[in-house]
Design a protein around this ligand. Structure first.
Ligand code: ASP
Ligand code: MG
Length: 430
């Protein structure tokens, strides 16, 4: 029997399963690179399905007609399944639901939303993307479909479930380890479940994190994230023309880049892997034989500067109404309110009577924040901003990025230079 320590975890994101051709490519990669070793495959929702589900939920939640959007989502999934010629009857796992049943369940859920906890209901709806995608991929691969929601245990922090590690490790070891010798398993990224069986999600783009949770709990030999880029690059090629790939990089460096917003890896992914020293390989699903990047326990000299761009930012400034200084007491109130409404600080700065934070923009959370703090502070905010971070900066890299931009806030530490500026939408950075 194969040892669990030989286990490889593969994670395929939305772009790698965006249509039937992409799923055929995934099957080729699994056949060529994943043969002969236990394999656990984590799959995200297909293409832009999560965004489509968010829109559907928004329509249903506000009492608007969602029929045509639901029909489009249904047709899209059924057509991909049909193109892959996977009939629902020919299933590798007789206990898996059918695509039709899942789609029907989604429709029922949307039709019977009750006014209630917005974030909780969001999770019950938006999680369908991963359930549908994994069903299609499992069938295309003739692999076992695994519902990970009863195994990945979280608390009730909707939309950002916090993992109950001991329970999750126990469940995965008991339920999944014995199955690994029987052929590849396909399971969902991004989702988990509470003790009472309700679905949670782990935060947008959270499927990478799922791969790390599974690898950690099952003692995997490695995790491979298959992406549409050549590996971990020093910048997003969509915005920077001349990118450089890091052939290898430490967990530490990667964690910081992910934290600042490098979208290639979800920030929570690295820690569980670093703790158990499981290497993370980032490889291209378009060029699977290319080397990619190995993120592991390594030492390296100074890396080329990394440029990280985070859009959809909002700069909020708080001023005390009575011209008192921004004190520890005031900060405590502001931090408390930010935590309460779950707005995360990406950057902050204070002056004598004002305190500014840069956060991801969420109209809903910002409104809640204003309601809590309006009495005590005068609050100004700007939206549609971008936060740029240069990690391992030097003078030319700062010059290159800041030239021609009006900086609303800037900050530098020994290794990191950051600034907030107005959004430049389609303007690629020079
Ligand atoms: N499908 C989810 C999202 O788009 C999770 C993921 O892609 O990792 O956010
Ligand atoms: Mg996705």
């Amino acid at each position: 029997m194969q040892e669990a320590s030989q286990l490889k975890v593969y994670k395929f994101g939305g772009a790698s399963v965006k249509d039937a051709a992409a799923i055929r490519n995934l099957s080729r990669i699994v056949r060529e690179y994943g043969a002969g070793t236990p394999l656990l495959i984590v799959v995200s929702a297909m293409g832009k399905t999560t965004n489509a589900l968010e829109e559907l939920y928004q329509l249903a939640h506000t009492g608007q007609d969602f029929g045509s959007q639901l029909a489009a989502l249904r047709t899209f999934h059924l057509e991909v399944a049909a193109a892959l010629e996977v009939a629902d009857e020919h299933t590798a796992d007789p206990h898996a639901p059918t695509l039709a049943a899942l789609l029907e369940q989604l429709g029922d859920r949307l039709a019977t939303l009750t006014p209630g906890d917005y974030d909780k209901q969001y999770d019950q709806i938006v999680s369908f993307g991963e359930l549908l995608a994994t069903l299609i991929v499992a069938r295309a691969l003739h692999a076992r479909w695994l519902d990970c929601r009863p195994l990945i245990r979280t608390d009730r922090t909707w939309r950002e479930g916090r993992i109950d590690w001991p329970t999750t490790e126990r469940a995965l070891t008991a339920e999944v380890l014995p199955l690994l010798a029987q052929g590849p398993i396909v399971t969902q990224g991004f989702v988990g479940g509470t003790a009472s069986g309700q679905t949670t999600t782990l935060g947008r783009e959270g499927s990478d994190y799922t791969a790390a949770i599974l690898a950690y709990c099952l003692g995997a030999e490695s995790v491979t994230i298959w992406k549409d880029v050549a590996g971990l690059l020093n910048a997003d090629p969509k915005f920077f023309p001349d990118t450089v790939r890091y052939p290898e990089i430490s967990y530490q460096e990667t964690i910081e880049m992910a934290y600042y917003g490098a979208s290639v890896i979800h920030p929570k992914t690295i820690k569980p892997l670093a703790v158990r020293r499981i290497p993370l390989l980032v490889k291209s699903f378009l060029d699977p034989s290319a080397e990619g990047t190995r993120i592991h326990d390594c030492r390296h000299g100074l890396l080329v500067p990394a440029f990280i761009r985070k859009d959809g930012q909002c700069l909020v400034s708080f001023e005390s109404k009575d011209l008192t200084f921004i004190s520890e007491e005031n900060l405590e109130v502001i931090f408390g309110a930010l935590a309460q409404v779950r707005l995360k600080i990406n950057l902050m700065q204070n002056s004598a009577i004002s305190f500014s934070v840069c956060t991801d923009f969420s109209a809903y959370r910002l409104e809640k924040l204003l309601a809590v703090l309006r009495e005590q502070f005068t609050i100004h905010y700007n939206t549609g901003l971008e936060l740029y971070t240069i990690k391992n900066y030097d003078a030319p890299s700062i010059q290159r990025l800041t030239e021609g931009r009006e900086l609303l806030l800037e900050q530098r530490s020994r290794q990191t230079f950051q600034f907030v500026c107005r959004g430049s939408r389609n303007k690629a950075a020079k």
